[in-house]
Ligand binder design. Structure first.
Ligand code: 5RP
Length: 219
């Protein structure tokens, strides 16, 4: 099975968590895109979706799915999104697409977080295969980078990239992420950091992994 087929497999499997007449949250990236395409085929109606990025909003709209403002709705029934890495506690690294801040907001506002990914994203320790994206206020970029070096990381500026919020991204390599909860809090305590891509406090509730032998569900 190709990586693309595995993404389609988990995108389909996530539909069982979507309830009629509710507002859901939708993530960003190639796996989330597969989910949006499946959502468009649903036989029943959802009230609408809150998008975690402009790209996702555009794709939802292209399918005629109403895109709603988070400020105008209550708790979302479910949030479906991909990840760059996941561990067995369903803690994640996200932000490869640079949408981590809005993704974390929409995840926090959702009753359930269903993460969809192919099995290659499952790791023993976060940060072993993927870097950690950190969104920063542009004027604080160098200052934040120096503070991250003190935490043992090697930050690289993602050049020619501006987030939907008008900020910059530092991709941090070589972090030894033994305690994801503590590191998430520590990085977010640096002045100038908007958000970091560790989803340890608000981890996924369900992880659907695409494998050659079908979808594996971890809870
Ligand atoms: C975007 C994200 C994505 O969920 C993450 O990068 C995974 O993307 P893909 O499904 O394309 O592998 O966090 O900010």
């Amino acid at each position: 099975m190709t990586p693309e087929e595995k993404k389609q497999q988990v995108a389909k499997a996530a539909l069982k968590y979507v309830e009629p007449n509710t507002v859901i949250g939708v993530g960003t990236g190639s796996t989330a895109n597969c989910f949006i395409d499946e959502l468009a085929k649903l036989k029943f109606q959802i009230e609408g979706a809150v998008a975690s990025s402009q790209a996702t909003a555009d794709r939802l709209k292209s399918h005629g799915i109403p895109v709603l403002n988070l400020n105008g709705v209550g708790e979302l029934s479910v949030y479906v999104d991909g990840a760059d890495e996941a561990n067995h506690h369903l803690q994640l690294i996200k932000g490869g697409g640079g949408a981590l801040t809005r993704e974390k907001i929409v995840a926090a506002a959702s009753a359930k977080f269903v993460c969809i990914a192919d099995e290659s994203k499952l790791v023993e320790q976060l940060g072993t295969k993927f870097y950690l994206p950190v969104e920063v206020i542009p004027m604080a970029r160098s200052f934040v980078a120096r503070q991250i070096v003190k935490l043992g990381g090697n930050p690289m500026w993602r050049e020619n990239f501006i987030t939907d919020n008008g900020n910059m991204i530092l991709d941090v390599y070589n972090l030894n992420i033994i305690e994801p909860l503590k590191l998430e809090t520590a990085i977010n305590s640096i002045v100038g950091v908007v958000e970091n891509g560790l989803f340890a406090h608000r981890h996924a509730d369900v992880l659907l992994l695409g494998t050659d032998n079908g979808v594996k569900e971890l809870m």
